[in-house]
Design a protein around this ligand. Structure first.
Ligand SMILES: [Zn+2]
Length: 272
């Protein structure tokens, strides 16, 4: 066979693979979604994610199907002596998949692994300060979202977030909101689905962010945690936590923000 024919065949196979891959992936996911949800996993939801049972039946079904796919595709790793079991996997997956409902989803395509620590952990990241000096800044965190395919979580905080689903704090929702935001590359509070699609998104979020910055500066009490005033990416993640955990309060006190998030997440949790 001549080299040109070989190159042509290889190119053809490659193009075919690229074109057909989404179809194969979807077929595989459909198969996974049609499997029964294990009885033991249902017991875990009942125990650890009571919020699940306050959602409409069709959403519950969708969420269970997403959990099946999520757990088939993502790997969990334990650190600092934390072992991984179904309780950890299902509790985290159920919260992560809340952010994927009622629309076609690619299940956090960049995310490969979830790293789980028993409790809050110390992250040591090097950064360069204004003078160009390398700094080691150890920080105690309950979660972290990386652009390079991983989310890091404290199990204690992830479990607490699922159990107490009305205090506006949820580390899993927070970190996975960052993952959605990071699908475009840099987390900046403008997840890619929103570009062009949602009119007013930027203006509403920018105005709310500015307001929170002012409130935080004055030390005023706010529904959204002041941490959201750090930057637009943190604002989006913090607003997502409140959207799911305190939807009625957000709808009342930040109605435009609630509407934008409701259109983005395709759900209306204030009526669940
Ligand atoms: Zn964050």
């Amino acid at each position: 066979m001549s080299p040109i024919v070989i190159i042509l065949l290889v190119t053809l196979a490659l193009v075919g693979y690229i074109l057909l891959k989404p179809y194969w992936v979807e077929r595989k996911r459909n198969k996974i979604r049609s499997q029964p949800f294990p009885k033991e996993w249902r017991a875990i939801l009942r125990r650890n994610v009571p919020y699940f049972y306050s959602m409409p039946a069709d959403i519950q079904l969708q969420l269970k199907q997403h959990v099946l796919v999520f757990l088939a595709e993502k790997e969990f790793f334990g650190f600092e002596g934390q072992s991984i079991n179904d309780e950890i996997r299902v509790t985290i997956a159920a919260q992560a998949c809340l952010l994927l409902l009622n629309r076609k989803t690619n299940y956090y395509p960049k995310l490969k692994s979830i790293y789980v620590y028993p409790a809050a952990f110390i992250a040591r990241h090097q950064s360069t300060d204004a003078a160009g000096v390398l700094q080691n800044n150890p920080k105690v965190l309950s979660g972290e979202s990386w652009e390079l395919g991983k989310v890091v979580l404290s199990w204690k905080d992830s479990k607490q977030g699922a159990l107490v689903f009305n205090d506006g704090h949820n580390v899993v929702i927070h970190e996975f909101a960052h993952q959605l935001d990071q699908e475009t590359g840099v987390a900046n509070g403008a997840p890619f689905l929103l570009r062009n699609k949602l009119k007013n998104w930027s203006s509403v979020l920018a105005a709310e962010y500015e307001q929170l910055r002012k409130n935080a500066h004055r030390g005023e009490n706010t529904l959204l945690d002041h941490y959201g005033a750090t930057n637009p990416a943190e604002f989006f993640a913090v607003a997502s936590e409140v959207f799911f955990e305190q939807p009625a309060a957000m709808r009342e006190r930040h109605s435009e923000l609630y509407q934008q998030l409701s259109r983005f997440y395709h759900v209306n949790p204030a009526i669940w």
